[in-house]
Ligand binder design. Structure first.
Ligand SMILES: Cc1ncc(COP(=O)(O)O)c(C=O)c1O
Length: 412
C-alpha cells in the first residue's frame, strides 16, 4: 500500500487564517448587523498602478501576435527583468550582484518554502519567534523539525530566537540545540526584516553580526526582504548584501507583492551569489537545477509588469502606494499610542505589533476587539509562542476604514 509522507501529518491541523475566518464567521452569524473591519490578513487592497497596467496590456497584445508571441519563459527569468532587478535593487545601491545571480519566481512564499530543498535533511534550522509560519511548516514537511511539544509550542529540532519587547523585537544570535555541552550552531538561519509579524527592523550593525556568525560557523542565512520597500529610516539595510561577507553566507528573497501590489499577479525573486558554497558545492547551481526541473518560469506578461515597476514612472507610482499604506500605519501607531496601548512596528513596515492590555491572551484580546470594536486583528500567538500577548494589525486596508477601526479600538 502507498505510504504517505508522515511529516505532513505532524503539521498543526488548522492554518491560522482559516481559524480566524471561522471565528469571524461564527460571530457574523450571531451578529448579522455587525460592521466588521478586517485588519488581519496581510493582503494589499490598492489597485495596480497605471504604468504597470499599461505594460501588462502591451504584453497581452504581444501574445496575440504571431511575430511577438512567447511560449515558455526561461526557467530563471527573462534577461530584461533580471537586469532591471540587479541594476536597480543592487548595483545602483552599491552592491555587487550580477544579472545571473537573480532567479525570478512567482513569489517569496514559494521561494521561502522551496529553498530548504537544496539543503540536507539533517541540518538544524533557526527561526525568529514569532515568525512567518512558512519557514517552520516547510521544514516540518521536509522532516527537519523533529517533534512538536504542545506545552511549549516548539519543535524539538528547531532553534528559536525569541524576539522580545526588551530587545526591540530583534533576535539575539542563535544558541545551538542542547547536545551536551558542545555548541553547535544552526546550519540554516531564517531572518525576515522588516519583520512580519512584529514590524521590527534590524540595523546594519546587528545584521552584520548575523553575517559574521554565519561565516564563522558555516551556516547559511535565508534573508526574506519581502517588505524592503517599506524601509523609510536611514541606517536600515535594504539588502543583506550591504553587509560585508554576505555573499559567502546569504540567500536573499524578495517579492513584488507588498511594494507593487502583486499579491494576485505573482512575482518575486531570489538571489544566490555564485561564491556561496557548502561542502564545495555551489548553492547557485543547486537552486538553478531545482528551478530548471520543477519550475517553468513566471509568465511573460507578469515579468513585463515587473520590469515596469523599475521605470521612472513606475517607481513614482509605487512610492505613492507605499505612502498610502504607511499613512495608515502612522494613524494606527499614533492613535493606539494616544489611547494608551503599547505598540511598535509601523515605521519601516506595514505591520503594527500591539501588546494586549491587562495581560490578556492573544485570542482573548482578538475576541474582545471583535466583539467591542468589531475589528479583526491577527493573534500574535499564531506566529509562535513568543507572540503570545500580542496582536498584529496591518496597514494594508482602506484609509477611511483603517481610521474608523483605530477610533473604535481607542474608544473601547
Ligand atoms: C515574510 C513574508 N515572506 C513572504 C511572503 C509572501 O510573499 P509573496 O506574495 O511574494 O509570495 C509574505 C506574505 O505575507 C511574508 O509576510
Amino acid at each position: 500500500m502507498t505510504e504517505i509522507n508522515h511529516d505532513y501529518t505532524k503539521l498543526k491541523s488548522s492554518y491560522l487564517f482559516s481559524t480566524i475566518a471561522g471565528r469571524v464567521k461564527v460571530y457574523e452569524e450571531s451578529h448579522p448587523e455587525a460592521d466588521i473591519i478586517r485588519l488581519g490578513i496581510g493582503d494589499v487592497t490598492r489597485p495596480l498602478t497605471p504604468t504597470i497596467i499599461k505594460a501588462m496590456h502591451k504584453a497581452v497584445d504581444e501574445m496575440a501576435d504571431g511575430a511577438t508571441f512567447r511560449g515558455y519563459a526561461p526557467d530563471l527569468g527573462y534577461e530584461f527583468l533580471r537586469n532591471a532587478i540587479a541594476q536597480n535593487d543592487y548595483r545602483d545601491r552599491g552592491m555587487d550582484i550580477s544579472d545571473d545571480e537573480i532567479f525570478v519566481s512567482d513569489g517569496a512564499k514559494s521561494d521561502s518554502g522551496n529553498i530548504q530543498e537544496i539543503f540536507g535533511r539533517d541540518n538544524t534550522v533557526a527561526v525568529c519567534d514569532p515568525v512567518y509560519p512558512v519557514y517552520v511548516d516547510t521544514n516540518v514537511m521536509a522532516g527537519r523539525a523533529g517533534e512538536y511539544d504542545d506545552a511549549t509550542g516548539c519543535w524539538s529540532n528547531i532553534v528559536y530566537m525569541p524576539c522580545l519587547k526588551e530587545n526591540g523585537f530583534v533576535p539575539l544570535l542563535p544558541s545551538g540545540l542542547s547536545s551536551g555541552n558542545a555548541f553547535k550552531a544552526p546550519d540554516i538561519i531564517y531572518l525576515c526584516f522588516p519583520n512580519n509579524p512584529t514590524g521590527a527592523v534590524l540595523d546594519k550593525a546587528k545584521l552584520q553580526k548575523f553575517v559574521d556568525f554565519a561565516n564563522a560557523h558555516g551556516s547559511v542565512i535565508i534573508y526574506d526582504a519581502a517588505y524592503e520597500g517599506y524601509i523609510r529610516e536611514e541606517g536600515i539595510p535594504h539588502s543583506i548584501y550591504e553587509c560585508e561577507g554576505a555573499r559567502s553566507c546569504a540567500i536573499e528573497l524578495r517579492s513584488f507583492s507588498k511594494n507593487a501590489g502583486f499579491t494576485g499577479v505573482r512575482l518575486g525573486f531570489s538571489v544566490i551569489p555564485k561564491e556561496l558554497k557548502r561542502e564545495g558545492v555551489s548553492l547557485h547551481s543547486l537552486w538553478a537545477r531545482r528551478h530548471g526541473t520543477k519550475y517553468n518560469g513566471a509568465p511573460y506578461i507578469v515579468q513585463r509588469a515587473g520590469e515596469a515597476v523599475y521605470s521612472s514612472e513606475g517607481k513614482k507610482e509605487i512610492k505613492g502606494l507605499i505612502d498610502y499604506y504607511m499613512d495608515n500605519a502612522a494613524y494606527i501607531l499614533n492613535g493606539l499610542k494616544k489611547a494608551g496601548y503599547n505598540v511598535s512596528g509601523g515605521v519601516n513596515a506595514p505591520y503594527i505589533w500591539l501588546e494586549t492590555p491587562k495581560g490578556l491572551s492573544s485570542w482573548d484580546f482578538f475576541d474582545l476587539l471583535l466583539d467591542k470594536a468589531r475589528v479583526v486583528g491577527t493573534p500574535g500567538v499564531g506566529f509562535g509562542p513568543h507572540g503570545e500577548g500580542y496582536l498584529r494589525l496591518t496597514a494594508f486596508g482602506d484609509k477611511k476604514r483603517t481610521e474608523q477601526a483605530v477610533d473604535r479600538i481607542a474608544s473601547i
